[in-house]
Each structure stands twice: as structure tokens, then as C-alpha cells.
Design a protein around this ligand. Structure first.
Ligand code: AMP
Length: 624
């Protein structure tokens, strides 16, 4: 394939399918390819006038949706895009914006937030994005909010070239500081082509995107793979399991791609939507970014009557490395499929390639793979061996070249697809003056695969508790990086060699992760306990047990919150349960917001529940 740039790829599609829909979104008019192309040209001109051109980095912090998709495309055509997670806290934005050396930041007009504050403090010019909601999906204006001179307004006339850096993303890793992964125009276009080829995408396809557009999976796996063949993309505002079925009905997507926790949440809602499912047009369902439990795969195939294609992706590979093929070729349960773009091999520690059925590190090389982390010779030294990139994942190829992932050599935690560098969490916790030592570690979780916990040693005389430390962590870190449990220990357990070993820490701290049983002490605690027991499907739970340790996840948290809200009309955000993950903590918080009449409703309800059999109690709570 000829080296490519995003610009030429979009031009080709605009010529070949001018009136085909490129981007659409809930409650918006669709945007056609010729309109997208024209809009991007205008946006590039605006960016150029603002002084942004080839190789300049523009950070983008926007909510998911059509504007984010088009902003990414326009910045990538004009310069280098650096999308960032809008959920980051100020400390995180401070690190990312300075590490990126961003020339400008694009944010939503009129929205305050830590990204804006940090950019202002750092003197990074802000360009505001003003959506035009009455126009087609993804149409917006860019308004520089600068005093003159902050951006030099020299005009850039040269177009980006295939070797220009198109996208930079940070990746979590073994060090506390995420590393910058630069990906060229050619890397992205090749990767988009690899994905569209294995999925046999064509202009007849329509992808429903629910993946965040600051992550490689959504950007390339859904958006660019579709646009590279003239297909259309429904840009949702983010994942929502109950809305998913409405989107299936309204937009008739032919496929969607998601992480396993999303598929599980969709399955949990499926029984209420038989008609939509039987009418739906799904040609395939794709899963990537974390291991898909085989049971979930088979259930999805049964419910939707469509093949489930599990793929293996990674930021450094511009997303896809392997994928199961479409039928009639074989999909192997538990395998992430065959090489689908780059070459795949298995390597031992000293750099020998291993034969089939032999366990080792998965290595890749090909036109979609980054040429190296930015300004990080030591990381590159260990990441590349004889031209192969070491993924840090462990596995083997079978005799038919299907890849099986068996474990991980790198020190990241994969919390339902969200990658977390445990050292970043250690360092954030160590910012607290009363914490002497902190070690974040993975604990097994039934739906997320891995959840995050931390062990902490306090300084002498310190009186911090686990919940107090979590509260502190919420100020420092985006919600998804906050450990769901913090255990306080006298000493962090060491491995056989006396070295601290993160892997295996969960097994060593199993007693500390378990709570002594304490029965509910009042009606509110009793009600919450009943609701949890029903949703988590367990008989006995104490008020200090952790919801997430008991198998809770965001789907179940949503159910808990909606049942609680059915009993008392107060607004309880979902994050409440994540912030207060024990019955004791949640009930203490709710007690302060519930008035006396609600409390008497609870007493009546608990009395009623006590009189019912388990099955009747379950039905009553379900009805709520
Ligand atoms: P990211 O850079 O966020 O895309 O994360 C890449 C990592 O996600 C890989 O190195 C794997 O550890 C993990 N990963 C991606 N896809 C899968 C999959 N299908 N099964 C298991 N792990 C996966």
C-alpha cells in the first residue's frame, strides 16, 4: 500500500461517495462526506490562521460525540492531535499539557474546568469550539480566545506528509510517568485499512461508536476504519447500556466495537428488548482492549445472532494487531485471532523467536507500529529487540497461527479496558504527608477482569483511614484511577527475594481485603444491604464489605442507585457508590440528604421486606 495521509484518505472518500453519510449522531442531522471534507478544509484554514500547522501539537479536551470526532479529524489533517480524557483532574492535565508541549488547546466554548484553568496558568492558547447544533452533526466553529501575539499568525501552506506525526497518545506503563506514543499519518491510515479489511467493511456499513474518542480503540477501531472505506459512524455521546438499544433501532448500525464490560452491560439489558434485537441489522460485533470471557462471547452471539470478533489492540500499534476472522473462516474461542496487520511472533527474554505452542512475549512489527516512544531512549531500548516491538503481553501461537494471550509481563493494570499505571497511583498517594509507603495492585474481578486496590503504610502517629485516603485520591486522580479499596498495613509484604512484588500482592493481602462481618445497625443500612444482596446475588454481607470487592461494577452500581432513587426522590450520581463503596459509608452519606418522612418510608419498607420470602423481596426490589 502507498504511504498515506488522512487528508488524502478523506479526499478520496469525498470524491467517491460525496452524498454518503460520514457522521451522524443522536438527534442530529447526518453529515455527508462532501460536507465533512469541506468543513475540514475550513477548519484547517482557521487553524492555520491561528498559527497551527504541520507538526504542531494541539491538545483536544472535549466530550464524546460528533464534534470530538470532527475536531480530531481536522487537527490531524492540519497538525498533530493530542486528545486527552476530559475526566482528568488538574494535576493530570498539568502533566499532560506540559509533557506534550501543546501549541494550543481546543475545548468546548463556555465550559469551565481543570483543562482550561491549567492551560491559562501555563499560558497555552485556548481555541474554543462552538457547536452549531442546528447544523449537521460535527459542524462547529473554532474561536481563538487569545490576546494578539500569543499564537503567531504566520500561515502554514504545506500539507502534512505520510511520515508526519499525526497523533500522540500517552500510554500507561511500568514507570509512573505515562510515555508519549507518536503515530504517523501512515501508521493511522494503515491501521484503519487493516481493521476495515479484516472486518470486510464497505460503504454500506454503519458503525455505532460508544468508545471514548481519546483512546486508540474509538479513534481508529471505530472512526477511521469506517471513514477509510466511505462507511458511516454514529458518534454517540458515550456508552449507555439502555440507550444502546434505542440507537440500534434508530440508526440500524451494521456493527459496533466495545470493551468486554460494555458487552456485559448490553447483555444485562437485552431481555427487555427482544423486538429491537430481532429487527437489528448487526453484521458483526467486535470486542477489544481487554480479554473477552468466552461465556460473554457465546451469549452475545446467541442473543444477537451475529459473529463476535475478538481483536487484540494496543496504542503503540495504532490499535489492531490481531483479530479473529469473519465466518466462514474460523473464530477460536479464547483466542484473539490471527495477525491482522502487523507480523506477530513470540520471543524469549534474550530475543530468540519461539516456535508454535511455546509461551513467550508477544512481539510485533509492521507499518502500523510506532517507531518509538518520544524522548525516551531507555524505554525504547527495552521495547525494541531486533526490529520487533515487545508488547509486554505473554502468550503463544497455535499451529494455525491463532494467538492466545496468557498473561502480562508489563506492570499495567487493565481495569475493564482502562489501563492504569500502578506507579502513578503510588506517587499520587505518596503526595499525602501522612503516607509513608503506597503500593497499588490488581485484584481479580469477575466482570472487569482486574480491579485496583492499594496497600498503604502510614507514618507514625498518623490516623488516616482507608476511606480518607480514597477521598484524597479522588482529588488527585481521575475517578477510574482511584483504587476501589485502600488497605492500611504495618508492612508491605515482600516476595521471596525480599523485593516488593506487585503481582501476587492481592493473594498476600487477602485477609486485609476481607472485612469482619458487621450486621446493619439501622433501617437505612438494612435497606441498602438488601438491595446490594439482591443485585450482587449474595446472601450475607456486612456493612463494611466493599461493593466492588463483592463483584460490583458500574452496571450494578447503576442498578443500586436506580433502586435507591425509586425509594427516595433525591439525586444520587452514580459516582456516589464509587466514592462510598461500603454500606456504612453510603448510608452515612445518604442519611444527611434524606428527610424524616423518607426515613419513615424506609422503616416501613424494611419491615415489609422482613416479612417477605427471599424471592418476594427480590421481586419487590426489582419492581422498584
Ligand atoms: P491500550 O494501549 O490501552 O490499547 O492497551 C493495550 C493492552 O490492552 C494490550 O497490551 C493488552 O494487554 C490489552 N488488550 C488489548 N486487547 C486485548 C484482548 N483482546 N485480550 C486481552 N488483552 C487485550
Amino acid at each position: 500500500m502507498q504511504p498515506l495521509c488522512l487528508n488524502s484518505l478523506l479526499e478520496i472518500q469525498a470524491k467517491q461517495h460525496p452524498d454518503a453519510i460520514a457522521i451522524t449522531a443522536p438527534e442530529r442531522t447526518p453529515l455527508k462526506y462532501h460536507q465533512l471534507n469541506q468543513h475540514i478544509h475550513q477548519l484547517v484554514a482557521t487553524l492555520n490562521i491561528c498559527g497551527v500547522g504541520r507538526q504542531d501539537r494541539v491538545a483536544i479536551v472535549l466530550p464524546n460525540g460528533p464534534e470530538m470526532a470532527v475536531a480530531f479529524l481536522a487537527v490531524t489533517v492540519a497538525a498533530t492531535s493530542a486528545p486527552l480524557n476530559p475526566a482528568y483532574r488538574a494535576e493530570e492535565f498539568d502533566f499532560y499539557l506540559s509533557d506534550l508541549n501543546a501549541k494550543a488547546l481546543i475545548i468546548q466554548a463556555g465550559v469551565a474546568g481543570p483543562a482550561r484553568t491549567v492551560a491559562q496558568a501555563r499560558g497555552i492558547p485556548i481555541i474554543e469550539l462552538q457547536p452549531v447544533l442546528e447544523a449537521e452533526a460535527g459542524i462547529f466553529t473554532l474561536i481563538p480566545t487569545l490576546t494578539s501575539g500569543e499564537l503567531n499568525s504566520s500561515k502554514y501552506t504545506s500539507w502534512t506528509q505520510p511520515d508526519d506525526i499525526a497523533l500522540v497518545l500517552h500510554t500507561s506503563g511500568t514507570t509512573s510517568r505515562p510515555k508519549i506514543v507518536p503515530l504517523t499519518q501512515n501508521n493511522l491510515c494503515i491501521s484503519a485499512h487493516n481493521i476495515s479489511s479484516i472486518l470486510e467493511l464497505s460503504e454500506k456499513d454503519r458503525c455505532l461508536n460508544m468508545m471514548p474518542l481519546f483512546h486508540i480503540h474509538g479513534l481508529i477501531g471505530a472512526l477511521l476504519s469506517s471513514l477509510s472505506v466511505g462507511a458511516s459512524v454514529v458518534c454517540s455521546l458515550g456508552f449507555n447500556a439502555s440507550q444502546f438499544f434505542q440507537w440500534l433501532k434508530i440508526f440500524g448500525p451494521t456493527w459496533y466495537t466495545a470493551v468486554p464490560t460494555m458487552h456485559q452491560a448490553i447483555l444485562a439489558h437485552a431481555s427487555n428488548h427482544h423486538k429491537i434485537i430481532s429487527d437489528c441489522q448487526l453484521r458483526l460485533i467486535r470486542s477489544s482492549s481487554a480479554a473477552l470471557p468466552p461465556l460473554v462471547l457465546t451469549e452475545l452471539e446467541t442473543v444477537f445472532n451475529a459473529p463476535v470478533i475478538e481483536a487484540y489492540g494496543m496504542t503503540e500499534a495504532s490499535h489492531q494487531m490481531t483479530s479473529n476472522p469473519l465466518p466462514p473462516r474460523q473464530r477460536k474461542l479464547g483466542s484473539v485471532g490471527i495477525a491482522a496487520g502487523p507480523e506477530i511472533a513470540i520471543m524469549d527474554e534474550v530475543g530468540h523467536l519461539l516456535s508454535a505452542e511455546t509461551l513467550g512475549e508477544i512481539v510485533i512489527r509492521g507499518a502500523n507500529v510506532t517507531s518509538g516512544y518520544e524522548n525516551n531512549p531507555s524505554a525504547n531500548q527495552s521495547a525494541f529487540t531486533k526490529g520487533w516491538f515487545r508488547t509486554g503481553d505473554q502468550g503463544y501461537l497455535d499451529s494455525e497461527n491463532y494467538l492466545f494471550i496468557t498473561g502480562r509481563l508489563k506492570e499495567i493494570i487493565n481495569r475493564g479496558g482502562e489501563k492504569i499505571s500502578p506507579r502513578e497511583i503510588d506517587e499520587a498517594l505518596l503526595e499525602h504527608p501522612d503516607i509513608l509507603q503506597a503500593v497499588a495492585f490488581a485484584v481479580p474481578h469477575p466482570t472487569l477482569g482486574e480491579d485496583l486496590a492499594a496497600a498503604v503504610v502510614l507514618r507514625d502517629q498518623a490516623t488516616l483511614t482507608g476511606p480518607m485516603i480514597r477521598e484524597f485520591a479522588f482529588q488527585q486522580l481521575a475517578d477510574f484511577k482511584v483504587p476501589s479499596e485502600v488497605v492500611i498495613v504495618d508492612e508491605i509484604p515482600k516476595g521471596a527475594t525480599g523485593k516488593l512484588q506487585r503481582i501476587g500482592l492481592a493473594a498476600k493481602l487477602v485477609n486485609q481485603l476481607q472485612r469482619d462481618y458487621v450486621a446493619p445497625r439501622n433501617n437505612l443500612e438494612m435497606l441498602i444491604t438488601d438491595i446490594w444482596a439482591e443485585i450482587l446475588d449474595i446472601k450475607t454481607l456486612g456493612i463494611h464489605d466493599n461493593f466492588f470487592r463483592l463483584g460490583g461494577d458500574s452496571l450494578r452500581a447503576t442498578r443500586v442507585i436506580s433502586q435507591l432513587q425509586a425509594f427516595f426522590p433525591i439525586d444520587i450520581p452514580i459516582v456516589t457508590l464509587f466514592m462510598k463503596p461500603t454500606v456504612a459509608e453510603l448510608s452515612q452519606l445518604l442519611a444527611t440528604s434524606i428527610n424524616a418522612s423518607d426515613l419513615s418510608t424506609i422503616s416501613e419498607l424494611v419491615a415489609e421486606l422482613d416479612e417477605l420470602s427471599d424471592e418476594e423481596a427480590k421481586q419487590l426490589l426489582d419492581k422498584a
